[in-house]
Each structure stands twice: as C-alpha cells, then as structure tokens.
Write a protein that binds this ligand. Sequence first.
Ligand SMILES: [Zn+2]
Length: 385
Amino acid sequence: MADKMKAVVKTRPELGGELLERPLPKIAPDQVLVKVRATSICGTDVHIYKWDAWAANRIGEKRLPQIMGHEVAGEVVEVGGHVKRVKVGDYISAETHIYDPGDLTALLGQLHIGDHMKILGVDCDGAFAEYFAVPESVCWINDASIPPELATIQEPLGNAVYTVLGEDFDVAGKTVVILGDGPAALLAAGVARVCGMAKIFIVGKYEFNLKIAQTMGADFPLYANKDDVDRVAFVKDHTYGAGADIVLDMAGSPQALTEGFKMLRRGGRFSASGIAADSPTLIDYNRRLLRRGPQGRSRDGVRRGEREHAADRVQQRHRLQGRPDPRHQRPAHVRHLVPGAQPAGHRPPRHPPGDHPHVQPRGLREGLRRHAGPSAPVGQGGPVP
Ligand SMILES: [Zn+2]
C-alpha cells in the first residue's frame, strides 16, 4: 500500500476545497482503515465547502486543514489490535457519529448526542479520500448485495428513516410535509411511502428533484420558490383544514421553518433535520410553539444503530421506489469525484433549475448542484450529516 493518497481537503476558512495528496491515515488500536469504494455529497459538505456561519462556528478555522466527507462505503483493509468484530475484507458503511463512551449521554444509551461525540468529516478527518480511518464502533457491515452507490447513502437514508419515524414509529395513515428536496428529503418521501403514510407533501425548489420525489412516493410536490400556490393553504385544504400530522424540516431555511409550523396541525410532530446556515432562525414562539403544542424532534436525535438497521432493512427489501440515476454518479475515486476542484474563492457558474447537463463537474459546488439523485446529493438546504 502506498503511503500517500488523494483527498478533498478544506484548507482555508472561505469558499472552496482542494484536491491534495495526504499521508495515509494511521489507525489507533480501536480503529480500522477503509479503502473507499463510493462516497456521496451531503448538504453538510456544502455548508463546509461554502464556509457559511454554521461551518465557521461548528468547525472553526483552527481545525483546518481537514479532509471533508462522511457519507461513504468501502472495504476494510487493516484493523487495529483491539478490534474484535470487524475483519479485513468487510464491506462497510460508516455511521457518522463517533461517540465517546465516557459521555453521560452515551452511558444512557444516547450515543449520538454526547458532548465529546465527533462527526466524521466535521470534527475530524473525513472520507472524501482514497482511505479513511474510523473506530470499529461506527462501522456498519453491509450485505454484499447492496451496491456501493447505495451503501454510501445508508447514512442519509438512516437520517430519513429516523426523521420520518420519529421515536414512536407512529406514522402509518398520517399526513406529512417534507420541507426540502435534497437527497435526504427525497429519501424521506420514499420512507414515508414505504411506511404507509396517507398523504405526502414535499416542498422543494427544483423540478428535477421534485420529480424524483414523486417517483419515491410523494403525492403533492410544491415549489418553495414560486408563488403559484399558497403552500400553507394547500396543505390545510388537503388535511381537513387542520394541517399535517407531521412536518419534517429537511431544508433548514427560515422560509421552511416559518411555513412548516403553519402547516403543522395542533399537537403534531415537527422534526428538525435541516441545518440552518445562519442560526438562530427566529420562530414565533407564542403563536407557533406555546399555543399549538407541537412535539419536537431534533436532528441530533438520530439513534445510532436503530436507524442504520432500519435503513438496511428498507434497502435490502428493495421496497424503496426509485434509485440513483447512473448518469449522476461518480466513480468512487476522489480524483474522479471532484475533477479539478477549484481553488478557494472560485464561484462556479449557476444553471437554471432543471438544467442538469451530464458532464463532469468543474468544481465541487457545481457538482453538488448537478448531483440530483439520492446517491449524489444536491446542495440546497441542509440534510443532516
Ligand atoms: Zn450526510
């Protein structure tokens, strides 16, 4: 094995990322070294690439340079001395939340929200590289029948599963609004359909993505960026005037939050999954929270294992309608994933919605915009890591 590898690195606290040569990670006794077979780009990566207020606060300049990326599938090529369960040759997806067993929350079984919990590619070097190192505890061993381009989205699919199901799994026959049309939101539409939800609304910006949402099972696609329809009134008209039972914010935008609470029926569940680029986003506390009694769920309420297990079952049973469009996939090798990643400061040209030329992207951000399939996330909104 060579001692150097290619990696997509966040080097400076400004727009951009660089494709660089880095030393091969050295594994600790509890870690495994994984050869990457496929990665996918999360909205979180877009926040980091853009270096918005969220990224500046969450990561901070001091930690740079750092390898980006957390959605990944690959093959274990080396295991540390204390590793017991995972073996060389295992085909794994990474669970993003690297927990600290000493955290009180970890002792209480909430492995995903500890004070010292680290997220791959956010709090430590990530997986947009030829190899990455992770503790054995966050390796999810995949069934060999799941192709890498689907195994890499175990993580956002797991988020979608958790966001849809909440903690009580009581969703069948209920109405749901999904705010956002990034990959996790599209997957949520599929999960909602598989789980027997009665009416599935999805609010997004891109025709291309909204069409995928319909393929996945959404009943009512609505544009967030057009005023052809009063979205709140539309949802109420289709829910006996009450509003939806469940609203999933998978966009993190002020508009999504404001409208989302208006679309939610009294006593319904609001699940927050999108990352707000500029926090805090103000909500009308008295009118939307105090008086309407919503049940809240935060994005970091994603339970480890539970969601990957559920995601795995959903994938293996092939019950999700739709799958990534091969034209929007990139080979696993990062050299091809981000050909000629642009230096910091470069702003790639924008294309109108619906324009998805099937050519190699010139920069990461452009690539994100064009990657519209579930395995190749789009940049708007903020799906969870
Ligand atoms: Zn993610």
